[in-house]
Design a protein around this ligand. Structure first.
Ligand code: NAP
Length: 323
């Protein structure tokens, strides 16, 4: 698979175009500022009464109401939360010019049918593989974040060139642009969120913390062991890979990891991971997300308040001097 770098990408397809960024949250802010600093004509589309207006204007960016921003642009990037893409697309569709390039940073809403783009549009994916805060700080350091790109619909024949030029302008091509598809990106991302980094890892930390506390260890020591060392392994894996991480830890830690790791992540865990992947592909999570939005995010709110009241969080605050 090719990893395209900046030097191999022509910036021209974006040079004479206006880009409307819809949504100024985590990704919207970073992408709008990076584009602007790369010399691209950017307008940030905000809903009426948006609390972000002052911040966007203070950053030196032009703002307009969503439908005005969309109507004025040749490239429109949907960077509002995924679960509202369906309603948002219906609102903006009448304002999209013929042949506009419609971009996404996650394949979900197209892969699972929240959005069915008009046939005359180019539809591309440029998905930075990390949070907007890091996308922005890397750009300012002269670096970039790896991103996946894909074309869902190529009405004008220019969709690929625009996607790559967009990835270059937000700085991702400094690290590399990797070819994917809306389905692959969406399914792999949703799988990881549930089964690995965002779902699996925190639950592993909590289970380890609670096992030690139930076994008579003080919450402070349990926290330092099970949670406090996480950044160390993350940094080592980032810098050296999993094999390289093992090269630099003690023989004691390495043997412990060898004996314990596969007992914890055994075949039953892999079987449940396969179940999660099957469910994601069948659209079950996309249905859950739609339902959650329709129910006013009640399940997420309840989980947030439970997490903030848990012993592991109280212990973190004590250790960090927050209370
Ligand atoms: N979070 C990340 O770093 C990350 C990483 C990779 C990909 N992505 C993808 O990037 C996209 C954006 O995610 P995000 O986390 O950046 O979103 P977010 O921070 O939750 O987006 C919030 C922004 O969306 C705006 N918004 C909400 N509802 C709107 C509506 N009905 N009309 C217009 N604007 C509306 C908000 O407007 P107000 O200012 O008016 O409240 C706010 O500016 C998603 O597709 C996501 O999967 C995100």
């Amino acid at each position: 698979m090719d990893i395209l770098k900046e030097a191999a990408i022509d910036p021209a397809p974006l040079a004479d175009k206006r880009v409307a960024i819809i949504g100024y949250g985590n990704q919207g802010r970073a992408q709008a500022l990076n584009l602007h600093d790369s010399g691209i004509d950017v307008v940030v589309g905000l809903r009426g009464g948006s609390g972000s207006t002052n911040e966007v204007e203070a950053a030196g960016l032009r703002t307009a109401l969503v439908e005005k921003a969309v109507a004025s642009a040749e490239v429109v990037m949907l960077l509002a939360p995924d679960e509202i893409h369906g309603a948002l697309y219906k609102e903006i569709e009448p304002h999209l010019r013929q042949g506009t390039a419609l971009g996404f940073s996650h394949g979900l809403s197209v892969r699972f049918g929240f959005v069915s783009p008009r046939a005359d549009l180019d539809v591309f994916l440029l998905a930075p593989k990390g949070p907007g805060t890091a996308l922005r700080s890397l750009y300012k350091e002269g670096k970039g974040m790896l991103a996946l790109w894909a074309v869902h619909q190529d009405a004008t024949g220019n969709a690929k060139d625009i996607a790559l030029a967009y990835g270059r302008a937000i700085g991702c091509a400094r690290a590399g642009l990797i070819s994917s598809s809306f389905a692959e990106e969406a399914e792999a991302d949703l799988f990881n969120e549930q089964g690995v980094v965002w779902g699996g890892v925190p639950e592993l930390l909590i289970a380890g913390f609670e096992t030690l506390v139930d076994g008579g260890v003080s919450p402070e020591v349990a926290y330092l062991e099970c949670v406090g060392e996480l950044h160390l392994i993350a940094e080592l894996i980032e810098a050296r890979g999993i094999a390289g991480m093992r090269d630099v830890i003690s023989n004691t830690a390495e043997l412990g990891a060898l004996l314990g790791g596969k007992r914890i992540i055994d075949e039953s865990v892999r079987a449940r991971m396969r179940d999660i992947l099957d469910e994601v592909r069948a659209g079950r999570f996309a249905d859950d997300l739609r339902r959650e939005e329709a129910n006013g995010y009640s399940r997420l709110e309840a989980a947030r308040s439970e997490a903030h009241g848990a012993l592991i969080e109280k212990t973190r605050k004590r250790l960090s001097g927050e209370n």
